[in-house]
Design a protein around this ligand. Structure first.
Ligand code: DOR
Length: 436
């Protein structure tokens, strides 16, 4: 079956396209992109409303799907439903499941669940170390052959420089990137919030930005030493971005991501509007104005390569405890695009094309997975954005199993109209006027 997306603004930075084009999908592939494409008898035509944007499917390279083992928080199926509602056609899922994804059995289980869910594409990320204990390397070849696209001990840092060096060397042989959650545990101690005015006022133990940046500096040096691809997860501190920038100027193969919460929120949220709200507790923590502005500048100047959500669902009961005792993390799949359009594009900080680079082109490149472009012959993974849609974030309407977001009730400009994976319509926003 053929489907023609007719009349939209196509933004496809990988092919240098930004303008009025039609996109013809044949089966699960992009067949043609052009102007006034001929319509065959077997082609169904989708009229794209003025102002809507057709772009390559967005890829979230950092999510926690919690299955196996923590299905009360999220399953692969509910996470994938949240992903497509948030405009993501693919997600890469972290290995801190129970048991840890450090062997082919767990990887294959996740892929089987993803095939059953049949919504977003799922790319498992294997563990760096067995059990994420930071002691022995996991069997990286086995993880690669089972379908992992990268390795990470996310949730935990790779504590020793030697293990990180070996991880880079082995992963490099299999053309996999190592994604590091950078945090010096000795400096973090039992901190729960950014070390600064807000934490002090509320009597919360602090985590300085240096707890992150010291390890980013180490990793950048190791990437330069090994020449193997390194990706820094959820950068939050201005010192860390400086380290990445320095590494890039020296030609080190380093990339990094920033989450929407770290470029939108600051640690002011610890005190107001709801003091001690556990939905603003995440790791790394929300930092101060200077750090938030540094993230924005990094997005503008190209230091930041990707926007990733670190979607970290937790059950209501787990978050409904004292701040100190709550788990770190917030959901992100269903708010990322609206926050990014509102705060980055409508504010004039970046163009829509740059946003697509950050959310589709670069994640595909960093993970070496298909997608990130609307090239002829590419998989027909397509996101249709409604950049001017007025969106009120509603946890009640979310598809994720967990509701731990600080953005409930926020009014934002920009949302998702529809999501297609392999040519199949997997999500249509009922509040927009689009007949698929
Ligand atoms: O806030 C976080 N939550 N940061 C992480 O690195 C892990 C994640 C989780 O798994 O809940």
């Amino acid at each position: 079956m053929k489907r023609l997306l007719k009349g939209g603004r196509v933004v496809d930075p990988a092919n240098g396209r930004d303008g009025a084009f039609d996109v013809l999908i044949d089966g699960d592939r992009i067949a043609r992109v052009g102007r006034d494409l001929p319509i065959d008898i077997d082609t169904s035509v989708v009229e794209i409303p003025t102002g809507f944007v057709v772009c390559p499917g967005l890829i979230d390279m950092h999510v926690h799907l919690r299955e196996p083992g923590q299905e009360h928080k999220e399953t692969v199926a509910t996470g994938c439903a949240a992903a497509v509602a948030g405009g993501f056609t693919a997600v890469a899922c972290m290995p801190n499941t129970v048991p840890v994804n450090d062997n082919a059995g767990v990887t294959e289980y996740v892929l089987k669940k993803a095939a059953e869910a049949n919504m977003a594409r799922v790319y498992p990320i294997g563990a760096v170390s067995r059990g994420q204990k930071g002691e022995q390397l996991a069997d990286i070849a086995e993880l690669r052959h089972a379908g992992c696209v990268a390795i990470s001990d996310d949730g935990h840092p790779v504590a020793t420089a030697l293990l990180m060096r070996r991880a880079l060397e082995y992963a490099g042989m299999f053309r996999m990137v190592v994604i590091d959650h950078c945090e010096d545990q000795t400096l973090k101690g039992d901190g729960v919030a950014h070390e600064g005015f807000s934490a002090s006022t509320l009597g919360l133990r602090g985590i300085p930005g240096e707890a992150e940046s010291i390890m980013v500096q180490r990793d950048v040096a190791l990437a330069e030493l090994t020449r193997a691809a390194l990706h820094i997860a959820h950068v939050s501190a201005h010192q860390s971005l400086d380290a990445v920038r320095y590494g890039k100027t020296r030609g080190a193969p380093v990339t990094c991501e920033v989450t929407p919460h770290h470029f939108v929120l600051t640690d002011d949220m610890l005190a107001s509007p709801r003091p001690y709200d556990t939905n603003v507790k995440m790791n790394p923590p929300l930092r101060d104005d200077m750090d938030r502005d540094a993230m924005l500048n990094g997005i503008v100047d190209g230091t930041v390569d990707a926007i990733a959500t670190d979607h970290a669902p937790h059950h209501y009961d787990e978050k409904d405890v004292e701040f100190d005792r709550a788990p770190f993390g917030i959901t992100g799949l269903e708010t990322a695009v609206s926050l990014s359009l509102d705060r980055l594009v409508h504010s004039g900080a970046i163009t829509l094309a740059r946003l697509i680079e950050l959310m589709a082109v670069n994640p595909a490149r960093i993970l070496s997975v298909p997608g990130g472009s609307l090239s002829e012959g590419a998989p027909a993974d397509v996101t249709i954005l409604a950049p001017d849609l007025r969106v009120t974030v509603s946890v009640a309407a979310m598809r994720s199993k967990s509701k731990n977001t600080p953005f409930d009730g926020w009014q934002l400009r920009g949302g998702i109209a529809a999501t297609l994976v392999g040519g199949r319509v997997v999500y249509v926003n009922e509040s927009v006027n689009l007949r698929m």
